[in-house]
Design a protein. Structure first.
Length: 293
């Protein structure tokens, strides 16, 4: 057990994540009483510079993702043509990833929530489609991850979307496999992409929980550990700001991270010219998807 170290996901059950901390047990009790029936709770006691209690919460009742209702016609009907075309393709990419994952793992992927279909056109509408191909692809990936519209695999779907988008400009373009070990070299790829995903998860967590983390820092905590052994170094992040400010500042950092990912990806894949190529606008991207069908 490391000094000044706290778990973000409960070590006994990774579906529980840190929601509230306080030194006073009475405050902990009143917080627990306030949760509704859909929230399950675990409490841990930590002793660092001072003693405090941590509440971990989880939503009750996940179901396999493939049981989720993919009947999206109603939601799709409300979208503009271009958004609908891109969203339908995005959901196909997502389904294919889930099927591949199920094959690899041998078990269905659990869903912690439903697909937030209405958030998908928002991802597209809030993306700036100006600039180079790598800029647009980076923003698309970042926005998809920030919106978190899918019950899981948002990061992998975002990476698959990057590849799909860049392929519309360069049909040969391919991101090397990051999840399959082809030969000893492929570890390099996997480690490389995972570094970006880990950093993305750190930024997302700080963005959501900066105030909570500020309290932890005051109790003497220096690292917060997410599942998959992703450590968040609290000394490396600015925590003392309003949540609304954190949302904006960390969203910018997140977008910069994913743009850097795409730039490095095209370098490694041997298509550095995509950093200079103008990106496809949403209209052009949707048109290219229609032409594929």
């Amino acid at each position: 057990y490391k000094m000044g170290h706290v778990y973000y996901h409960h070590p006994g059950d990774k579906q529980f994540s840190l929601d509230f901390v306080h030194p006073d047990p009475a405050q902990i009790v009143s917080q627990i009483v306030d949760y509704d029936d859909t929230v399950a709770v675990k409490v841990e006691h930590y002793e660092i510079d001072e003693s405090f209690y941590a509440i971990y919460t989880s939503r009750v009742g996940g179901e396999p993702v493939r049981e989720i209702d993919f009947d999206l016609n109603e939601s799709l009907a409300e979208m503009s043509d271009d958004n609908r075309t891109i969203v339908v393709r995005l959901l196909e990419i997502y389904r294919a990833l889930l099927a591949q994952n199920e094959q690899e793992e041998g078990v269905p992927v659990e869903a912690y929530k439903n697909i937030d279909v209405h958030a998908l056109p928002d991802v597209l509408d809030q993306t700036s489609w100006d600039g180079s191909a790598t800029d647009v692809a980076g923003r698309l990936a970042s926005n998809l991850i920030l919106k978190h519209p899918l019950p899981n695999a948002n990061h992998r779907t975002a990476i698959a979307l990057v590849q799909f988008y860049l392929r519309r400009l360069h049909s040969e373009f391919s991101l090397p496999e990051t999840s399959v070990e082809v030969d000893p070299e492929s570890y390099d790829w996997r480690a490389w992409a995972n570094e970006y995903i880990s950093e993305s998860k750190r930024l997302l967590t700080v963005r959501r929980k900066n105030v909570l983390f500020k309290h932890l820092y005051e109790f003497g905590v220096r690292t917060v550990e997410r599942k998959h052994a992703i450590d968040i170094d609290l000394t490396a992040h600015e925590l003392d700001m309003y949540p609304s400010e954190a949302k904006t500042i960390y969203a910018k950092k997140h977008e910069a991270l994913w743009t850097e990912f795409v730039e490095e990806a095209v370098e490694r894949a041997g298509y550095p010219e995509l950093k200079e190529t103008g990106g496809l606008s949403k209209v052009e991207f949707a048109e290219k998807i229609r032409n594929l069908d």
